[in-house]
Design a protein around this ligand. Structure first.
Ligand SMILES: C[S@@+](CC[C@H](N)C(=O)[O-])C[C@H]1O[C@@H](n2cnc3c(N)ncnc32)[C@H](O)[C@@H]1O
Length: 268
């Protein structure tokens, strides 16, 4: 049984390293995740496991901790109205952000990309609706090494492709040894990397669109506010921020302008 003191130590570690707030309400969930991790590592004591984590020299242990503590639920075309918005509002997107046409380039960041369904969906939509002359550059990042390497493989089961009809499956995936692998024409638009949103953003140039969906819900208010300021600074003027449908920027819109439910624009 996780004692109060042990819970607080883990809660602090998770908050400081991953930005994620595990409150008392989620104590049982944390305990069951820790039990699983300890069993896997062959360790019987919460304090011993904690000390090993703190010393961070065991990358494998740290990676599996991060992967277990985070929640990776995602889907192709999840919260589809964001993709419909892009398709139906290209003119105003170009008008508000003339950089795209001027440079013949659109830069998009899927900032908590999980196993890749989100950046691959973005690539499919942009490839379909943008003029061919525009270069599509998509960055997908996530804190979990495991999901990033899953995304890099781009290999899915047929059961994960229910949103596609058979023509689209053929168009976007190669069937290889029972798995459906995203075709190179989509894969080549995307770079996938491990990145912790709690870090300073290292980008040299700004993004035209940032997807930050279903990740801020795990952060407390002050962490969310700091992150939104960083997103604002990472957007071009006229660039868009998409957040998850259960998320809200109420009272923390900073200089982002609300333009549609869960869609915001940097105006200055
Ligand atoms: C529920 S998934 C959302 C995936 C996708 N954006 C979507 O909406 O379908 C949340 C993702 O956020 C990632 N995550 C959690 N904390 C993070 C952090 N501090 N930095 C980067 N990614 C983080 C998790 O690893 C997980 O893959």
């Amino acid at each position: 049984m996780l004692s109060e003191k042990q819970f607080e130590k883990y809660e602090k570690l998770i908050y400081e390293q991953l930005g994620i707030s595990y409150r008392q309400a989620k104590r049982e969930m944390l305990q069951s995740k820790l039990n699983k991790l300890l069993r896997r590592a062959g360790i019987t004591c919460y304090d011993e496991y904690y000390n090993l984590l703190l010393n961070k020299s065991n990358n494998k242990l740290w990676d599996s901790f991060v992967d277990e503590i985070t929640i990776h639920k995602t889907d192709f075309f999840r919260e589809e109205n964001h993709f419909e918005y892009i398709k139906n509002n290209l003119d105003s997107i170009f008008q508000n952000n003339p950089r795209i046409i001027k440079n013949n380039e659109i830069k998009v960041w899927s900032s908590a990309c999980s196993t890749g369904e989100e950046p691959y969906t973005i690539a499919m939509v942009l490839k379909e609706c943008l003029p061919e002359s525009i270069n599509i550059k998509i960055l997908g990042t996530d804190i979990s090494n495991k999901v990033v390497s899953h995304a890099q493989k781009g290999a899915y089961d047929l059961s994960e492709l229910t949103v596609f009809n058979s023509y689209q499956i053929h168009q976007y995936f190669d069937k290889i040894e029972g798995k459906y692998i995203v075709k190179p024409l989509i894969k080549e638009l995307i770079t996938l990397r491990t990145f912790n949103l709690m870090q300073n953003f290292p980008f040299k140039s700004n993004f035209d669109i940032i997807f930050s969906r279903n990740v801020m819900i795990y952060f407390n208010n002050s962490t969310q506010e700091e992150l939104i300021i960083k997103y604002y600074n990472a957007l071009t003027s006229g660039g868009l921020l998409f957040i998850g449908h259960s998320e809200s920027l109420t009272q923390k819109q900073y200089k982002l302008k609300y333009i549609h439910p869960t869609i915001y624009m940097r105006t200055v």
